[in-house]
Design a protein around this ligand. Structure first.
Ligand code: NAD
Length: 303
């Protein structure tokens, strides 16, 4: 058996097309477009690359995009003042502070300073709380879990009553997707188990999963014999395991591996997401969706 590949790169295109259509309609009717500010502190190469991808996508969708680059030694006070400026700017609907921040800045304090109604990353405790309540309370689901759920929904597989096992309990991935999958809603309503470093028999839990979501950050952690035949395996892990020269560009690129032993797992699973090209592209897509949603809240037209 060979699993059906669920590619984020393909689903992303469908969602981006939907966003473009909505942006055009809103622009015509209300004369406003979604506004996103990306705040980048310092020159961390990975952060620059993530921010550039976000800017590129926002521009491609016709958003207003402000790229606010700040030096590595910016004070916490100054960064808080910058956030406050965007909190008060009605043309900005999403404020994104690229993490990690330099050590002298308290990340928690910065996240807490973002107006929860502009927190399109969904990391503010208010939005985390809304996620726990579920339903219409949820404004901005965190982007990676939202992308995972979108992939599950669009694959058409039954989630009601499904055994969902999540490996990893980080706030931004594991705990959040677990919370989303247990809500009594379409594309959820599952029985959820969260496994983590304290779990005694990880393989035992994984083997029960109809939907196995792995976000551990350990390359090749999940072995094929841990996978129930026909299961939907979602590999969130992005692990740099080396470097190579790209045939296309001739430049040095990272070799990325997921948390699942892909080549062997795809022979057992029913559906599987690849790394790269799986969950990764969905994260930025959902950030754009949240920014559009934020504008719709401002206009009073969000569902
Ligand atoms: P994290 O380090 O914050 O959390 C990892 C979790 O996995 C922890 O809760 C830990 O308990 C659990 N874990 C680690 N090793 C384990 C093991 N051997 N057995 C059982 N549980 C174990 O990481 P994170 O931010 O949740 O990210 C996880 C992975 O997903 C990373 O590879 C990260 O790069 C990737 N990621 C991808 C995207 C994306 O857009 N696709 C977004 C965020 C994170």
């Amino acid at each position: 058996m060979s699993a059906k590949l669920i590619r984020g790169t393909e689903i992303r295109e469908l969602i981006l097309e939907e966003i473009v259509i909505e942006v055009e309609k809103i622009k015509k009717k209300y004369g406003i477009v979604p506004g996103l500010v990306t705040i980048l502190v310092g020159k961390n190469p990975a952060s620059i690359s993530y921010v550039n991808m976000k800017i590129k996508t926002a521009n491609q969708l016709g958003f207003k995009e402000i790229q606010d680059n700040q030096p590595q030694d910016i004070s916490e006070k100054k960064l808080l003042a910058i956030i406050e400026k965007y909190n008060r700017d009605d043309s900005i609907h999403g404020i994104l502070v690229q993490l990690p921040l330099p050590k002298h800045i308290n990340e928690k304090k910065i996240i807490h300073a973002i107006n929860p109604d502009k927190d399109v990353d969904g990391f503010h405790p208010v939005n985390m709380g809304r996620l726990m309540i579920g339903g219409s309370e949820v404004k901005f689901p965190p982007c990676t879990p939202a992308g995972i759920q979108e992939m599950i929904r669009r694959s058409g597989i039954e989630t009601k009553g499904a055994e969902v096992v999540v490996v990893g309990r980080s706030n931004i991935v594991g705990k959040a997707i677990a919370m989303m999958m247990l809500q009594k809603e379409p594309g959820a309503d599952s029985t959820v188990t969260v496994a983590h470093t304290g779990t005694k028999d990880l393989a035992l839990h994984c083997r029960r999963a109809d939907i196995l979501i792995v976000a551990a950050g350990v390359p090749g952690l999940v072995k094929p014999e841990w996978i129930k035949p026909g299961a939907f395996v979602i590999d969130v892990g992005i692990n740099k395991v080396g470097e190579k020269i790209s045939e296309k560009t001739g430049k040095k690129v990272s070799i990325l591996k997921g948390d699942v032993d892909f080549d062997a797992a795809e022979k057992v699973a029913g559906y599987i997401t690849p790394v790269p090209g799986g969950v990764g592209p969905m994260t930025i897509t959902m950030l754009m969706k949240n920014t559009l949603k934020s504008l719709k809240y401002q206009l009073g037209i969000a569902k």
